[in-house]
Design a protein around this ligand. Structure first.
Ligand code: SF4
Length: 421
C-alpha cells in the first residue's frame, strides 16, 4: 500500500484515501501466469517470431508491429487481478469499465467484480460503496469529485490511472494555474476527457473548451480571429459547442490565453494539426510577438497510441487486401486505428472474434466513424489473400488470435496447420 503521498501525481495537495494502492498490491508474480493463459495467444507469438506474419494455405496474415495491450492497460488489468487475489472476501467495485474491451470487462465481472457505470450525463454514482469495500479506478482515471467521494467513503482505493493520463492532467492543471483556458482535443463523453476537464478547472476562474475534430477547431479559430466580437457572435459560436465547455465559460472573456492539450488516444496527426491551427489563429489575433504570452501547446498523445498508429502506417505502405481492426466499439484508440486503415484498404472493425459468423459467413462490424453496426456478406474474397490485422490498446492477443483462427475456419483452412508452421 502506498502511504498517502503529498497528493499523488497531479492531484496537488488534496488528500488521498487512507488505504490507497497506486503501485500494485505486491502480487504481480502470483497473477502473471493466469493473465498469460487468459489473454496471451500462441498464434500471435508465432506471428511475432516470424516477423509479424504467417501464411496458412492461401491466406497470408500480417500483423502490425505494435498493437494490442499497452503498458497502461497491462497494468490496470493486472492490478484488478491482484486486487481480487488480495481481497477475496471484500466487495470490489470498478468505477467504470477497467478498459474499453468487452471480453476483459466480462471476465472481471465473472470474478465477482462489480461495475459502476456512468449515467447518461457521465456521472458515476459511487454511493453504493461502503467503508469495507474496495474501489478500483480504471486506466482512464476518474474526475476529482468522484475521487474525493471515494476518499470520504473510507473504502480502499486501487488507482490504476495511467501515467500518460496523469501527464495530461499535469499539463491542464498548469494551464489552469497560469490563467490559460485549456482547449482539449477530445471526445466530451469519454471517461478520460471527463476526468481531464475536472483537472482543468482545479483553480478558481479556470476554464476549458473541447473540440472534437478539425472542423470544430476551425470554428474556434474563426471566432478567435474576429477582432471585436459581439455578444451575438459569441452566442452563435457557442450554439455549436453545447456542453463542451466549463460552466460560466464566455468566449468573449476566456479565449485570450489558450493552452492546447489532447485526449491521449486521439489521432496524433489531427491533434498536431489542430494545435498548429489554433496557434496560427492566436498569432493572427494577438500578433506573433505576443504568442508566448497567450498560447501554449503540448502534445499529450501517449506513446502507446502513437506507436500503434505509426505501426499501421508502416504496414499500409504496401496495403493488404483487407484489414481487420479488433477492439471495443467504444475504444477511442481502436476507432482511430480503424479510420486510419480505412483510407488504405477495405477495413472491418470488430469488437470480438464472434462477430465473424462461422454459420452464415458474414461479418458484423462497426461503421467507420460511426456507431452503426453493419453486417457484410461475402467479405472474404476467394484466391490468394493478404489480411492485415491490428488491435487497439485495450485488446488482448487472445482476441486477435481467435479472429485469425475464425478466418481460417471460414476459408476452409486448418488452424492446426498454422500452429505447426
Ligand atoms: S492508451 Fe495510452 S493513456 Fe491509455 S492506458 Fe494505454 S498507455 Fe495509458
Amino acid at each position: 500500500m502506498v502511504k498517502p503521498p503529498p497528493g499523488g501525481p497531479a492531484r496537488g495537495p488534496a488528500a488521498v484515501p487512507t488505504e490507497y494502492y497506486r503501485k500494485g498490491l505486491g502480487l504481480k508474480k502470483e497473477v502473471q501466469p493466469q493473465l498469460q493463459v487468459e489473454y496471451g495467444n500462441q498464434l500471435l507469438t508465432l506471428m511475432r517470431a516470424q516477423g509479424n506474419q504467417l501464411t496458412v494455405g492461401r491466406i497470408r496474415f500480417q500483423i502490425a508491429a505494435s498493437m494490442g495491450f499497452c503498458y497502461g492497460v497491462d497494468r490496470a488489468v493486472e492490478y484488478a487481478y491482484q486486487c481480487r487475489t488480495k481481497f477475496p472476501d471484500r466487495r470490489i467495485f470498478l468505477v467504470g469499465e477497467i478498459i474499453h474491451n468487452p471480453l476483459v470487462n466480462q471476465r472481471l465481472n465473472s470474478m465477482g467484480i462489480e461495475f459502476i457505470l456512468p449515467s447518461e450525463g457521465g456521472h458515476f454514482d459511487v454511493s453504493i460503496i461502503e467503508p469495507d469495500d474496495v474501489a478500483v479506478i480504471p486506466a482512464f482515471g476518474v474526475s476529482r469529485p468522484v475521487f474525493d467521494q471515494l476518499r470520504e467513503t473510507g473504502c480502499a482505493v486501487v488507482d490504476t490511472t495511467c501515467g500518460s493520463v496523469l501527464s495530461v492532467w499535469k499539463r491542464v492543471e498548469a494551464y489552469a494555474r497560469d490563467g490559460f483556458t485549456s482547449v482539449i482535443h477530445g471526445k466530451h463523453y469519454h471517461e478520460e476527457t471527463r476526468a481531464t476537464v475536472s483537472q482543468a478547472t482545479k483553480y478558481d476562474g479556470a476554464h476549458y473548451f473541447l473540440v472534437r475534430n478539425m472542423a470544430e477547431a476551425k470554428l474556434l479559430c474563426d471566432f478567435i480571429r474576429i477582432s471585436d466580437p459581439s455578444e451575438q457572435d459569441a452566442r452563435e459560436f457557442m450554439d455549436n459547442f453545447r456542453g463542451r465547455s466549463s460552466p460560466g465559460f464566455d468566449p468573449l472573456l476566456h479565449l485570450g490565453r489558450i493552452g492546447v492539450a489532447n485526449q491521449t488516444t486521439m489521432l496524433a496527426t489531427e491533434s498536431l494539426a489542430i494545435a498548429a491551427k489554433i496557434g496560427e489563429a492566436m498569432s493572427d489575433r494577438y500578433g506573433a510577438e505576443q504568442i508566448s504570452d497567450c498560447f501554449r501547446s503540448f502534445d499529450t498523445i501517449c506513446s502507446a497510441t502513437q506507436d500503434r498508429q505509426d505501426a499501421v502506417r508502416e504496414m499500409l505502405r504496401d496495403p493488404p487486401d483487407l484489414m481487420l481492426v479488433v477492439g471495443g466499439y467504444n475504444s477511442s484508440n481502436t476507432c482511430n486505428l480503424a479510420l486510419l486503415c480505412s483510407t488504405y484498404a477495405p477495413t472491418f472493425h470488430i469488437d470480438t472474434p464472434e462477430r465473424i459468423d462461422l454459420v452464415d459467413g458474414t461479418i458484423r462490424h462497426q461503421k467507420i466513424m460511426g456507431t452503426e453496426l453493419l453486417t457484410t456478406a461475402d467479405w472474404l474474397p476467394d484466391g490468394p489473400l493478404t489480411i492485415g490485422m491490428t488491435a487497439g490498446a485495450s485488446t488482448p492477443d487472445a482476441s486477435v488470435g481467435q479472429v485469425a483462427t475464425r478466418i481460417m475456419l471460414l476459408a476452409g483452412l486448418d488452424p492446426e496447420q498454422a500452429a505447426a508452421a
